[in-house]
Design a protein around this ligand. Sequence first.
Ligand SMILES: [Zn+2]
Length: 452
Amino acid sequence: MKKSFLVLMTAIGLLVGATASAANCVSQNEMKEIASHFTQFRNLANKEYCYDGSQTSNLIATIMYMRTTAFEADMPKSSDELFSGRFSSSWYEYFIGRIADINVQASCPKGVGAYVYGFGNTMYVCPMMLTDSFSALDRASVFMHEARHIDGYPHTTCSKGPRKGLQGACDRRIADGGSYAVTVETYAQIAKYATDIHPALKAYSLASAVTYADETFETPAKVERRDELLLVSKNKSFFALDLTKSNQIQALGQVAELGHIVNRAQHLILFPEDKNLPAKYVFTKNEGEIAQAAGESVVEYNAETPAQRAELLDLHIGAQWIAKVYASKVRFACDPRSSATSDLELKDTQAVGIAYLTGYDRAGRLNHLMTTNGTVYEFGCSEAKKPFLRASTVKLDQNFKRIHKVGNVVVGLTPEGNLFQIDGVKSTPLTTSLDGQIYEIAPRQSYGFFGN
Ligand SMILES: [Zn+2]
């Protein structure tokens, strides 16, 4: 039997969400209704059902999410390709029109969350999806994606882009309305139109919608956006710097802790300076927090002692590979279908941090690394999944704490809290109203559809 239509999460595991925050129990009436369609729950239909964190509990929470999530009555489509509204009417009716049985698997290959076959009405769900580190929101999006496969719409192997070479990880284009279009639409609908969802979950959905729009189509979906540089001030405030508008700075929200911000596709992860604190998704406009880990590398980090956490200097999260930067080595995970890692050592110098001289690029295979003796290294994973770390010819004229590229401008942050524009070897001051007050920078995008 051939598993034709699976939802691919790759080792980098995009589909990680918050724990369900719905009410703790489902009424007997609701249970009866659910069991009338999904007969696997008929033994639970004669009384109220209370969530207990079990796989069954998480399945029921997801079904309830599809049944009860409230949206605005009027949901205009976007002027780009993020939201057409064609799957927006009733998620639950759409789902039960295609799926009648949910079969929980004992184990699945790495990166697989759920799948259906090219026949029948059973959806197979992998145990990973039913842990508390996935939210009902994410599961609902995956379930809708799988239901779309019942209508046809198999995936293809990506021939280019962040998921290049990954089997069954792309659709041709979003306008075809295949399963990844459903994924983008469900996240975009929550982000824009859900009326009763925590602001942090909406912000998470926004980033997820754009990430899938960017990464799962052979022809990337059109998303109206603007590149900005996110600044964190020493007094714990977020700002957006627009380099196309004479370095205009816009105040955003506050951040609870100073720390290093790592990009994960369109998501931002904060690694607090206080190593007693865990790393987590961070949102820039006072949306609050979501209560789950931001992917495997963060789960690993949070399981470490504060002393071990302090050893991690920087982290690159590409679509298919991850590099953890330590003072004397870089640890690579180059194969998205394997948890194997390999270390390459730095000789005669120590790492300072990643320099994104060519930008944070999820599809890219090479980044630069600043070191204490001034030598800039290049590192990455080749398409053949081989790690490399070697001295480069790149020169910098001063020490930087962080380097990012926004649009066509390469910006460096000095340890003193000032910005410089870097052109080749030479750097010149990039003056803003926050000179000397900048603690951290990271690239950020804002999007037309979401009005920010
Ligand atoms: Zn799929």
